[in-house]
Design a protein around this ligand. Sequence first.
Ligand SMILES: [Zn+2]
Length: 530
Amino acid sequence: MSPTSSSRRPLAVGAIAVVAALVSVVVPTGTASAATGTREAAIAQARANVTRNAGVFGFGAGQDLVVKDVVLDADGTQHVRFDRTYQGLPVVGGDLVVHQDARGRLKDSSRAAAHDAAVTSTVPKVPAQAGAANAIAAAPGVQDATSTPELVVWAADGTPRLAWRTTVEGSGEHGQPAGKVVVTDATTGEQIETYDAEHQAAGTGHSEYTGDITIDTTAQSGGYTLKDPVRGHVTKDANNVAASALKATSGTPFTSTTNVWGDGKKFSTDRSTAAVDAHANTAWTFDYYKNTFGRNGIKNDGKGATVFVHVGTNWDNAQWSDSCFCMMTGDGDGSTDPEQVDLDTMGHEMTHGVTSATANLRYSGESGGLNESTSDIFGTMVEWYANNPVDTGDYLFSDQSTPPWLRRFDKPSLDGRSADCWSSSVGKLDVHNSSGVGNHWFYLASEGSGSKTINGFTYNSPTCNNSTVTGIGNQKIAKIWYRALTVYMTSTTNYKGARTASLSAAKDLYGLNSTEYKAVAAAWSGVNVN
Ligand SMILES: [Zn+2]
């Protein structure tokens, strides 16, 4: 799902945990090779800057720099994060960030507590076994504990000393994975600190809809849980409790001892299979908003939601709840529709949270249709963004979990209920059908009118005024729609207002009477919104 730390040393967990959860990796746009070149050049310059300014960084004999992360700003500013080692031992509290301009010249730095990292000896007076025994004694809540001591230079308070950092792994009082990290002075045996062991891990998911994938999980000593430490969401089993009765604290966390999840089957008896899709597709939705629009989570506050699978019994639906800050997904109808956890469904429901945090379009009349259409649009865009070879991008909504599809964009009326064209009565339709006008607009503006085969599926989009519309691609249209939603639309925006809002957005982004502006206008006229 996301780049994970290259560090796989199991004992570095504590230090990595805190940082991994707080740091966002900004992926520069452009070709992969160009991005890699910039990244490598930035790292080389940063190393040179630290060596050149050794006094400033406390970078002395016996030390090495281990690159941890690189953030490249849009204006070329570079931020290279390093961990330090001393005589090959990790230095706890020795991490630093080198801030450089676009040409790699040192501008500033951020440094953890340690300045110097040198200790008088790297030979412990307290032997490893004693360090391990001390650690187990210091973690009484961990049962059936095993412990693994690692020698480190501990300098989190600024003064370097040789220490045993010991991970104690076992189970908690309810059999759940539990663990502690215990740090003791390797010269005196004195306990320095203890904290819960928990860190980011890359799990293997056998998903229902997107094949075998990597998912971000959290390792606790003795096992793993479906908590995404990068984006913050937690995926839980609702145990078939109805949506109306669920709270964020309800349900049971999924755990695994192997970090391999699911069996890849629809209607699976393995309850973690639907959880793999829900967990991964929540991450894709978060990443889509973050990397496309710079939106940090549903409410733009960096917080992840609670995600429930197995909600209700044969509940062929999914929903977002603002009050719970939860995503709830059912198991389908038990016959033709499997679990409602595919990419566009997850993207759709979480987009309701985004809409509610922004334009807050009222869920009735034309604004309700626009609310639903917004969820269909961004749900589909999440699918395009994920670019998964099994569940490819399309203009069909819920094609995986409600086969062959629940709604489609090119000609919404093919579902027998939705409107293709605006009319004065469209606001009287159910919001999932008045959304057709917005969806049809999105298709025309993205792909244009007439027949077109995209990723192997043939669409045929008519216009309501017999015009020919030329599309400008869904990425530009989604960008325009996002700006319209977050800047110009309000709770009572109707289709006419949506035309105005999206034209304002197109003007901001591409200029008045630009190709993009004209395409937006032509597509609205093509669905009778003038
Ligand atoms: Zn909806």
